[in-house]
Write a protein that binds this ligand. Structure first.
Ligand code: NAP
Length: 294
């Protein structure tokens, strides 16, 4: 096996994403030592039971000491306070990264706290499931998935390449883009679909009692697919919505206009419009399958 990329990899937050990184880093020999830190004593104890790391540490300042790579894997709303709690303990030469789903907020909340000599390389793996916690992780979660990096122009190139190497080692493909662009893209491909899923489940739940019962009993695949997305963690998604407000509201406004146009086509029996929209959607699905992202 090749030399590990990092000597001491610290993961703060050992939920779905943190525990998938830990499992993958161990399976593919990417770090000599894995240090796990979590604010939840239950999560930390469970990580130890599952043997996800080599060191388990509740105190974040001790967890990051002597680490050559620290990755923040907590909800985006917590990143400012987590970064503030470790800033004074980060050693020069350490690479700090994260996996947060919104990147402008991470640049705003974390970048100003990063001490001199520490490179900050924000990243976002586009992979996940509706499950959370240390049990939910999988070593191959990132295989064939994209991980988007949003370093600023003056970030040390060597540090960016090491984080890219880590993600390649976990099986992911990487791309670089700026944070505002990342947030606009993710608003349409991830954040808006989640907002719609939470909304449609709420709408079904508000129906009269006997209809609601039938929704559950006869759930067709369309509604079932929405319920899977809507089963995602409420804290994580609350934080994502609030930290990508502008792009999300812009995409929602565009979607609402398009939904109104579809409603009008249905009302007036505009078959051409309806078929055209469905055909365009089918093409998108086929492209996803071709790109192995389905
Ligand atoms: P998760 O399964 O809920 O795990 C998060 C873990 O962080 C929990 O154990 C949580 O403990 C802990 N935590 C919360 N606040 C903390 C703090 N201040 N200090 C230390 N630990 C803390 O979440 P996840 O799905 O792995 O998501 C983690 C990050 O990855 C988020 O930023 C999310 O946006 C991003 N992400 C998620 C996905 C996805 O599909 N899930 C995909 C890509 C990126 P408690 O349970 O006690 O709060």
């Amino acid at each position: 096996m090749a030399e590990p990329i990092f000597q001491r990899l610290t993961l703060i937050g050992i939920g779905l994403i943190g525990s998938s990184i830990a499992r993958g880093a161990r399976a593919f020999g990417l770090a000599r030592q894995i240090v796990i830190c979590d604010a939840s004593p239950q999560a930390l104890a469970r990580a130890a039971e599952l043997n996800l790391g080599d060191v388990y540490e509740a105190d974040p300042t001790l967890a990051v000491a002597q680490g050559d790579c620290v990755i923040l894997c907590t909800p985006v709303g917590t990143l400012a306070s987590v970064a503030a709690s470790i800033a004074s303990a980060l050693q020069p030469g350490t690479i700090l990264s994260d996996v947060g789903s919104t990147k402008q907020s991470v640049m705003r909340d974390v970048a100003p706290l990063v001490p001199e000599g520490v490179a900050f390389v924000p990243a976002h793996p586009i992979a996940g499931t509706e499950f959370s916690g240390p049990d939910a992780g999988k070593p191959d979660l990132f295989q064939e998935r994209w991980c988007l990096l949003t370093p600023s122009a003056d970030t040390d190139e060597g540090a960016v390449q090491k984080i890219e190497a880590l993600w390649h080692g976990l099986g992911a493909r990487t791309a670089r883009m700026d944070a505002p662009h990342h947030d606009r893209v993710l608003a349409i491909v991830s954040h808006l679909p989640h907002l719609l899923a939470f909304t449609i489940c709420g709408t079904a739940d508000d129906l009269a009692d006997e209809t609601r019962q039938e929704v559950l009993q006869f759930a067709a695949s369309g509604f079932r697919d929405f319920t899977r997305i809507a089963a995602s963690d409420p804290v994580m998604w609350r934080d994502i919505f609030l930290n990508n407000k502008e792009a999300l509201l812009e995409m929602l406004a565009r979607f609402s206009e398009d939904a109104q146009a579809m409603a009008r086509a249905v009302r007036w029996g505009d078959t051409g419009y309806i078929e055209d929209k469905i055909n365009r959607s089918r093409k998108i699905r086929r492209s996803l399958i071709d790109l192995k992202q389905a």
